[in-house]
Design a protein around this ligand. Structure first.
Ligand code: SF4
Ligand code: SF4
Length: 486
């Protein structure tokens, strides 16, 4: 039985089965007020840093190519000096695991600083809000403009704002596509109005996503679409840094009465000016405690500090702190001491080890890749010259950026003979095959390995293929087996 009262529904004469619950809650538009202060400076520093990286990196060159390019058509990814093929998926997996661990560690220590300072949604919303404030004015002016009827001033300002937003969004979309198609070629195509349909689609798609998310959806993305906000509480503990309101100091809140010293003496430090709510990009009141909508941006702390300065009160009524620190009145030094707690140390150790492992494996990553496939359809057969024979296909992939020459030979019992593709059969100590492979290309080679009947017993005999790059002198050994069934 559903208890309508417990769901906040007033009891009426309407039968319960006819009560309609709405899954959509309409919300007032949020007009965040501009703010200045130390956390705002940090936020803008991160906006500059992330955007300089995003817009700048595709224009960097590395040798004869773009430094960072994810060439999906050629199935090759370039990150400065590193070249990745689809076979290198393991590195991507590694990177994703590292990112997840870094997020766990970062969240356990510093809460939602990622959301407040570096998340693309926050960064683009900040940029779009800045454009909006420059064209339409700050919070009060924007509210007045929206409430006014259609007039030339309103239409022209809105039109101009949307033009700037759209141009910025398309530039963002263009840069994004420039990570997948060489950006200099893309620019030339753009100048000549000759961009391909897919390129146009993705520029438009990414541009539209930026325009929609940063211009209109804004805090809705954080509140309803981002999964991180939902599971972050599992990573928080009482020593995690969060934006907090010092209730003990702030309450009872209230406006000051200039004439009554006695009335003021009964009040806490909060003058109930509501500026902390006005600057909040997600429209919440931090004085109501920790809420999942809080992205930890620190705007409320900045504005409250300016209020405290004006009132002549100590700063920090709203500040970054931890639940333990608030309850036990810890100093900054005591908060810092709790950073190195077991959970953080374990995350850090795992993260450090994995990062080291990834760095070493990238450093020793060979410039070519070898795969050996035994012909499984014919396990063992009799060759034309009456010997026992197994067939192998050796695939070599050149991951280097220049043509390379490779030498292949077999490491096995001296009784074996090898016959590479069109070459004649030779004892394995003399059987060598040399071939050139162009950058990013793969070549296959068929090899028949033979041994005279009766020399070896029935069963599986270990062998190996050694492939050597004659240019770099790198060597790779791939193990396999020679099987005798007769
Ligand atoms: S900005 Fe500070 S003083 Fe003003 S309402 Fe918020 S907490 Fe109170
Ligand atoms: S409550 Fe404060 S820190 Fe949290 S989102 Fe709002 S302004 Fe940012």
């Amino acid at each position: 039985m559903i208890d309508a009262k417990s769901r906040g529904v007033k009891e009426t004469a309407i039968p319960l089965e006819q009560v309609v619950y709405s899954l959509y809650q309409s919300q007032d538009k949020i007009y965040p007020r501009s703010v200045s202060g130390i956390f705002n400076n940090w936020r803008w520093a991160m906006v500059w840093l992330t955007q300089l990286f995003f817009y700048g990196v595709p224009w960097l060159e590395w040798g004869q190519r773009q430094a960072m390019l994810f060439d999906i058509e050629a199935k090759r990814f370039y990150i400065f000096g590193l070249v990745f093929n689809p076979q290198d998926l393991i590195y991507l997996t590694f990177l994703l695991i590292l990112s997840a661990l870094a997020l766990f560690l970062f969240t356990a220590v510093a809460g939602r600083l990622w959301c407040g300072y570096t998340c693309p949604q926050t960064v683009y919303t900040e940029i779009f809000l800045w454009i909006e404030a420059k064209i339409e004015g700050d919070r009060a002016a924007r509210m007045r403009l929206d409430q006014s009827g259609a007039n030339v001033k309103k239409v022209s300002r809105k039109f101009f704002k949307h033009v700037v937003w759209i141009v910025f969004s398309l530039w963002t979309g263009f840069t994004f596509v420039g990570y997948f198609t060489p950006i200099r070629e893309l620019s030339a195509h753009l100048m000549q109005w000759s961009m391909g349909p897919w390129e146009m689609f993705w520029v438009g798609f990414y541009g539209f996503a930026t325009y929609g998310n940063a211009g209109f959806m804004r805090e809705q993305v954080c509140k309803y679409m981002c999964p991180y906000a939902r599971f972050q509480s599992a990573m928080f503990d009482d020593d995690t840094l969060i934006v907090t309101y010092d209730e003990a100091r702030g309450e009872p809140r209230g406006g000051r009465n200039k004439k009554s010293v006695e009335a003021n003496a009964k009040l806490g430090s909060c003058i109930d000016c509501s500026l902390c709510v006005q600057v909040c990009p997600t429209g919440i009141d931090i004085r109501e405690g920790l809420q999942y909508e809080c992205i930890g941006c620190g705007a409320c702390a900045d504005v409250c500090d300016t209020v405290m300065d004006k009132m002549g009160f100590a700063r920090g009524l709203i500040k970054y702190s931890t639940q333990n620190a608030m309850q036990q009145h810890w100093s900054r030094h005591q908060i810092l001491q709790r950073v190195l707690r077991p959970r953080v140390l374990i995350y850090s150790a795992i993260l450090g080890l994995l990062t080291l492992g990834l760095a070493i494996s990238l450093y020793v990553k060979p410039s070519f890749r070898v795969d050996v496939l035994r012909d499984r359809t014919v396990i063992s057969r009799i060759s034309q010259d009456n010997k026992l024979e197994n067939v192998y296909r050796i695939k070599i992939m050149n991951n280097a950026e220049v043509t390379q020459q490779y030498e292949v030979h077999v490491l096995a019992d001296a009784a074996f003979e090898a016959e590479f593709s069109e070459m004649k059969s030779l004892p394995i100590d003399r059987a060598r095959y040399v071939m050139d492979i162009k950058p990013g290309q793969e070549r296959s080679l068929v090899m028949e390995l033979k041994v005279a009947d009766g020399v070896l017993n029935r069963g599986s005999h270990p062998i190996a293929f050694q492939v050597k790059s004659l240019g770099t002198q790198e060597t790779t050994v791939e193990k396999s087996v020679f099987i005798i069934t007769q």
